[in-house]
Design a protein around this ligand. Structure first.
Ligand SMILES: *[C@@H]1O[C@H](CO)[C@@H](O)[C@H](O)[C@H]1NC(C)=O
Ligand SMILES: *[C@@H]1O[C@H](CO)[C@@H](O)[C@H](O)[C@H]1NC(C)=O
Ligand SMILES: *[C@@H]1O[C@H](CO)[C@@H](O)[C@H](O)[C@H]1NC(C)=O
Ligand SMILES: *[C@@H]1O[C@H](CO)[C@@H](O)[C@H](O)[C@H]1NC(C)=O
Ligand SMILES: *[C@@H]1O[C@H](CO)[C@@H](O)[C@H](O)[C@H]1NC(C)=O
Ligand SMILES: *[C@@H]1O[C@H](CO)[C@@H](O)[C@H](O)[C@H]1NC(C)=O
Ligand SMILES: *[C@@H]1O[C@H](CO)[C@@H](O)[C@H](O)[C@H]1NC(C)=O
Length: 625
């Protein structure tokens, strides 16, 4: 067996919009303060720490903790008598600790459940040094990492687990493909269920690009194929092929759902940028020299079945991550100008990397800009670190980004002459707004519901730069950062809540803010960050629970109508009156206060015995409540 180079599943959030009446107790969060840094290098990457393991997978688990998950490999850091394959990293102290993962989490997927627990599912087989398949699949030396590969047999529930393969390899093949989907926690229906799209898109059908649409159906894209999956009725509909390039792994386009807003009627537009139009996935030619695609396309599947061309990237890019910023702009970073994801000991590979010519310069996409003007590099400096296969990135609560990983190697591989080594350096990137004084909104509730009563958020004169009219350019944003791996942030999604305002004569104002629109399919339940953005400057994000905090059918209510927007002047006699209740205001002192939502994360590496005898899944959970 060749080195296990690749991978399995894609996850997407599911939740069934419906009717049960759950009474929710909601408190008001302390006002966020200012970021701990106030002199950050704007528009630049800054190397801040060491990831302990290589960050093949990454997610923001609490306001201060990012989790890195690696594959089984010979990292020098040890835990429980073997090399570490996971780590917890503190954003505030730039330090971390190794964590124990029981099975080989190689090329797993992940997402956060509606109750706040993170799920990491899938993985690969028991291996030995150099990424080679071990003799036994029951644990034992050298890593004691029993087979996590055939972990597809979980049924029912809130996360759909799609596709994958049994043993890995650069691309999938008929002998090991798993063109099915299933659920976690399991549904009652017999699973796994066959997916015609995955069945017809070998060999590039791993990590299918998957989003839950506001209509409750699922959009799926793999290799050149596209489909809509109506999982509730186990039906799939074929859509036109994606133009210009393969977008799934190993071609690895950057993908994101554009912000959902009332202006776009909460319809989801998917953006795909880059990838590769390689059609020959045999490894007997120089894949690393093949130019990546610069093509960007969008599709709005609930409205039209057709892809539309969008502004191309400034250069071709494979493995360019698209990260949503609270401003609604999308930051593209990482990746390579030639080749694709994956690695192997091929004569033409760069070391073992199947990609070359790393693209170090980030670029920013503005979905609201006119066609032809959406990409910009104004004020952006390049990174100094190639981030190619097995790199990852996430937005942080303070609006900066955390970037790590890159390891186009079968095992831990560093030293002289290795062009693309195992990378442990952690970088932060600081967007243009980073050093600006942040709004300190008071009144953000600890949970958001689907419809029902609106709430008030107050902004001071300082928050509005002493001009009440700036409230006209204030918005309240709900953003889920997602689970970053393989050039996708699974579950990443952003929604702008509807709001109106009352401006006061003393230049303070109150935002009247709707709950989420009344459908859980528009923004599935689970933890998310909330930001108030004034004139393009976001507050420091606070963590809220979207929905009931339980894996269950979510209660949906009619949305209350918002008061009319108005600006009261001092001369009207009302301006200086405190006319609104803005809830508790315990955190207005300027410190980032996470007390109300601080979570104790306990890590429990665990064996999860599934329905099918003898089949074990690499599942670990972070209990976060
Ligand atoms: C969330 O649900 C999962 C699946 O049912 C369960 O294993 C986990 O313990 C739950 N987490 C919490 C915090 O209740
Ligand atoms: C690939 O090369 C690495 C580094 O030299 C080595 O450890 C590994 O065993 C090789 N794998 C195969 C399948 O030859
Ligand atoms: C999967 O593809 C094979 C080969 O193209 C075909 O024979 C088979 O009917 C397909 N199965 C399903 C369930 O679509
Ligand atoms: C908005 O979306 C809803 C549901 O998707 C649809 O019924 C309605 O017609 C749309 N309205 C407009 C103005 O597009
Ligand atoms: C809102 O703020 C953004 C970011 O600063 C700015 O580009 C835009 O012009 C502002 N819009 C209005 C209406 O002031
Ligand atoms: C908002 O809260 C602050 C602090 O508790 C208080 O001083 C202020 O009067 C409140 N504003 C309104 C409009 O109630
Ligand atoms: C929000 O503010 C409006 C007036 O600005 C007030 O009428 C309403 O009672 C407030 N609502 C809440 C929930 O505080």
């Amino acid at each position: 067996m060749s080195p296990s180079r690749v991978c399995r599943t894609s996850l997407v959030w599911l939740l069934v919009a419906a009717s049960s009446m759950v009474v929710q107790s909601t408190s008001v969060l302390s006002a966020p303060g200012q970021p701990s840094e106030n002199d950050a290098p704007i528009g630049q990457f800054d190397i801040v720490g060491d990831s302990i393991v290589s960050a093949q997978q990454m997610f923001l688990g609490t306001l201060d903790k990012v989790y890195f998950v690696d594959k089984t490999e010979r990292n020098p850091a040890q835990i429980a008598g073997h090399p570490a394959w996971a780590a917890e990293y503190s954003i505030s102290s730039n330090s971390g600790r190794a964590m124990d993962v029981v099975t080989n989490s190689f090329c797993a997927g992940g997402s956060v459940l509606g109750n706040g627990t993170w799920l990491n599912v899938g993985g690969n087989q028991d291996i030995t040094y150099g990424g080679l398949t071990a003799q036994t699949q029951n644990g034992g030396g050298p890593y004691d990492d029993p087979d996590g590969g055939k972990s597809e047999t979980l049924e029912d529930g809130s996360v759909i687990i799609i596709g994958g393969c049994s043993w890995g390899g650069f691309v999938n093949d008929a002998s090991q493909t798993n063109p099915t989907y299933e659920f976690f926690p399991p549904h009652n229906d017999p699973t796994p269920i066959n997916s015609p799209l995955l069945n017809r898109t070998l060999p590039a059908n791993l990590y299918p690009l998957t989003w839950l649409l506001p209509s409750g159906r699922i959009f799926m894209q793999a290799n050149w194929g596209t489909a809509i999956l109506d999982y509730k009725n186990q039906k799939e509909y074929q859509l036109p092929d994606v133009p210009d390039a393969v977008r799934t792994y190993p071609a690895s386009a950057g993908t994101a759902m554009l912000p959902l807003t009332s202006a776009n009627n909460w319809t989801a537009t998917i953006l795909m940028c880059g990838g590769s139009n390689i059609n020959n996935w045999q490894t007997n030619w120089d894949i690393a020299a093949f130019p990546a695609s610069d093509s960007c396309v969008t599709i709005t599947p609930d409205v039209s079945e057709n892809y539309e061309d969008d502004d191309p990237l400034p250069e071709g890019r494979s493995m360019g991550n698209l990260i949503m910023l609270p401003t609604g702009k999308i930051f593209c970073l990482n990746g390579a100008g030639t080749g694709v994801a994956g690695y192997g000991n091929d004569s033409w590979a760069i070391g073992q990397s199947y990609a070359d010519n790393p693209v170090l310069k980030p670029v920013l996409y503005d979905p609201s800009a006119a066609s032809g003007k959406r990409w910009s590099r104004d004020g952006l400096s390049p990174s100094t670190i190639p981030r190619m296969y097995h790199s990852s990135a996430t937005l942080l609560p303070d609006g900066s980004l955390l970037v790590s990983g890159s390891n186009p190697n079968a095992d831990y591989n560093v030293g002289q002459g290795i062009k693309y080594p195992t990378e442990y350096r952690v970088e932060r990137f600081y967007p243009s707004y980073y050093n600006s004084r942040r709004p300190q909104p008071v009144g953000i509730p600890s949970s958001l519901l689907y419809g029902g009563a609106y709430f008030n958020i107050s902004l001071t004169s300082d928050d509005l730069s002493a001009d009440v009219h700036n409230v006209q350019n204030a918005s309240v944003v709900v953003l889920r950062t997602g689970f970053s791996t393989h050039t996708m942030n699974m579950g990443q999604r952003m929604l702008v809540l509807e709001s109106s305002y009352t401006g006061n004569g003393d230049n303070s104002a109150v935002l009247h803010v709707s709950q989420l629109p009344p459908s859980a399919a528009i923004f599935p339940p689970g933890p998310a960050l909330v930001f108030v953005v004034v004139n393009g400057v976001p507050s420091v994000g606070v963590q809220v629970m979207v929905g009931s905090g339980k894996i269950e059918t979510q209660a949906v209510k009619e949305a209350a109508s918002l008061p009319q927007s108005k600006i009261l002047t001092s001369s009207s006699g009302e301006g200086s009156k405190s006319a609104q209740s803005n809830g508790s205001d315990t955190g207005a002192g300027g410190q980032v206060s996470s007390a109300a939502m601080s979570r104790t994360m306990t890590f429990t590496g665990l064996w999860f015995d599934t329905m099918a005898p003898g089949i074990l899944a690499a599942i670990f959970m972070l209990a976060s409540l």
